[in-house]
Design a protein around this ligand. Structure first.
Ligand code: SF4
Ligand code: SF4
Length: 65
């Protein structure tokens, strides 16, 4: 299944992806950087569309997930 991957070096924790995700798969721990809960994410791409800096990529889950 595809999942959302966030460039965590560039994320500014604006929260746009968090509000875009209907499954509550995105959180911003300590307000520092957005993180995806891969047990919830279905790779729909809604968060990627909303990131103003286009930091979210939708791709196949890596082997270590
Ligand atoms: S791809 Fe969809 S389900 Fe996954 S984090 Fe983004 S909005 Fe949520
Ligand atoms: S929308 Fe983009 S910059 Fe904003 S919190 Fe999400 S990943 Fe970070």
């Amino acid at each position: 299944m595809k999942k959302a991957f966030i460039d965590q070096n560039l994320c500014v924790a604006c929260g746009c992806c968090l509000t875009a995700c209907k499954l509550n798969a995105v959180s911003i721990p300590k307000g520092v950087c957005a993180m995806v809960d891969y047990s919830k994410c279905v790779g729909c791409g809604m968060c990627a569309k909303k990131c103003p800096a286009s930091l979210i990529t939708i791709k196949e889950e890596s082997a270590n997930e």
